[in-house]
Design a binder for this molecule. Structure first.
Ligand SMILES: *Cc1c(COP(=O)(O)O)cnc(C)c1O
Length: 429
């Protein structure tokens, strides 16, 4: 079974991590709805707790359904290992936790999901961490923001609310030069459109809530480790490269090599932070991923068609889709996401804020929700919702100005979506 030919993305999304159930032969990965696992004997239990043997102890740490999903996500992103957790936001904490200490900082892009900006700028303070927001098109500003206390660089592949593509190769070069890991949030591209590890990322985080599950049923997050970062090259990452007091002095990097980050994430991150995914949610996500490539191809095809149509509509002032000739990020998108520039973008309405509100209320097929990456098309006015906690300056920098509406294009028929957009634009102008 282990020598199955599995090189194609389309094959990996169905088979990676999934073996027939050893007890029954069930072809679909069972939902292991259990909190704990019977130890063979006392010696077995002791070996599991000492990490001398890999196995199942308690579902806050490990669970076979979640294990299958971790293996699949690592395979799709081209990483050495993965840790799943309860949401995309949990994944961001889990990615940073082994690297950070009070007084340390991360250098981050100004163009991020609104919730991430709030998490980084407000909640991090409670941990004694700080985030330095920089325009990631200004490479010198990124270099200038890095200091002795910086422990990571963080950005999104295609930044939510859409339209901006980060030059991952250029950012990775800076991270590499500074001896720092680059963490990339790949939620809006998914591994199908872009694999950040191929462009130099150390860690890839994703909200599985979005395209990966793809049907708006569960929240989940994942951190995939490239396994390529040398945690021992400096003394900046003692939790990984030196004896870890939280795990009776175990040196994770020395003991587990390229799997160090993953073991740390499970043995300490999930153990002590407890942001664990549940097996039911892992099941929905595994099902969703089986059709990821088919869905993403349709998402990007619809998005391209609709963005081109919207750009010509008299009520529309601008469309930010990076697949358009008018986008300043068209070439970058082609290089990083050759299969398509995602399905998330904003439109600016000539009628301003009031028009945006009327437009959102007039749409019939698009659902007005705080989500993206669903099979159905979604709409939101970011400035009054997801980016509401931000100052107007932050909103504009994040691409969520008061006169723009964000669209997440689903996989319905493009002509129906266009008909709905047309009637709502006419009602709003
Ligand atoms: C939704 C989202 C998150 C947060 O994920 P949750 O699963 O909602 O916690 C993080 N980053 C991006 C780009 C997102 O779209």
């Amino acid at each position: 079974m282990t020598d199955k030919p599995m090189n194609d993305f389309d094959t990996l999304q169905i088979h990676a991590g999934a073996e027939p159930d050893p007890a029954t032969g069930a072809v679909q990965t069972p939902i292991y709805q259990t909190t704990s696992y019977v130890f063979r004997d006392a010696e077995h239990a002791a070996r599991l707790f000492g990490l001398q043997e890999v196995g199942y102890i308690y579902s806050r740490l490990t669970n076979p359904t979640i294990g299958a999903l971790q293996t699949r996500m690592a395979a799709l992103e081209g990483g050495a290992g993965a840790v799943c957790c309860s949401s995309g936001h949990a994944a961001q904490i889990m990615a940073l936790f082994p690297l950070m200490m009070p007084g340390r900082n991360v250098v981050v892009s100004t163009r991020l999901y609104g919730g991430t900006i709030t998490q980084f700028s407000q909640t991090f303070k409670r941990f004694g961490w700080s985030a330095r927001f920089v325009d990631f098109d200004d490479l010198d500003a990124i270099k200038a923001a890095i200091d002795e206390d910086t422990r990571a660089i963080f950005c999104e592949t295609i930044a939510n609310p859409g339209g901006y593509v980060t030059d991952l190769d250029a950012i990775a070069e800076i991270a590499n030069g500074a001896g720092l890991p680059l963490i990339v949030d790949n939620t809006t591209a998914t591994a199908y459109l872009c694999r950040p590890i191929d462009h130099g990322a150390t860690l890839v985080v994703s909200s599985m809530t979005k395209y990966l599950t793809g049907n708006g049923t569960v929240t989940g997050g994942v951190v995939v480790d490239s396994g390529k970062f040398d945690w021992s090259a400096s003394d900046k990452f003692p939790s990984l490269s030196q004896p870890e007091p939280a795990y009776h002095g175990l040196n994770f990097h020395e003991t587990f090599g390229p799997a160090a980050f993953m073991f740390h994430g499970i043995a300490i991150g999930l153990r002590d932070l407890g942001m664990t995914l549940n097996p039911q949610a892992a099941h929905y996500t595994l099902l969703g991923i089986e059709t990821l490539s088919l869905r993403m191809a349709k998402h990007v095809e619809n998005a391209q068609t609709i963005a081109e149509w919207l750009e010509k509509h008299p009520a529309v002032a601008a469309v930010t889709y990076p697949g358009l000739d008018s986008s300043p990020y068209k070439e970058r998108a082609k290089r990083l996401c050759p299969k398509g520039a995602g399905a998330l973008f904003t439109i600016k309405l000539k009628g301003g804020y009031d028009s945006c509100v009327k437009f959102v209320e007039s749409l019939k097929l698009f659902s007005h929700v705080a989500n993206l990456g669903d099979a159905r098309s979604l709409v939101i006015h970011s400035a009054s919702t997801t980016h509401r906690q931000l100052t107007e300056e932050q909103q504009v920098a994040a691409g969520a100005a008061p006169d723009v509406v964000r669209l997440s294009i689903g996989i319905e028929g493009a002509s129906d979506l266009i008909a709905d957009l047309d009637q709502a634009l006419n009602a709003a102008s």
